[in-house]
Design a protein around this ligand. Structure first.
Ligand code: FES
Length: 71
């Protein structure tokens, strides 16, 4: 039985990437605007590479660790 990681949110602010993507689809925002409006990236910052990847690809659920140098 394997366990598969599932990363789908900024855990510090409990903001799902899907929720963020919907908001950005309605009105695009810069990373700074995302930070000030949703809080994401403002605490540990571990969500930043996922948010950057989401902006690139539209993915909102990730099954691998993405490090800042990966994006
Ligand atoms: S996971 Fe988003 S700031 Fe920590």
């Amino acid at each position: 039985m394997g366990s598969r990681i599932e990363i789908d949110r900024c855990v510090c602010y409990d903001v799902r990437f899907e929720t963020l993507k919907c908001a950005l689809d309605e009105r695009p925002r810069t990373l700074d605007e995302i930070r000030s409006e949703f809080g994401c990236m403002d605490c540990c910052g571990m969500c930043r590479p996922y948010i950057e990847r989401m902006l690139e690809t539209g993915e909102t659920v990730f099954h691998q660790i993405i490090l800042p140098q990966d994006v």
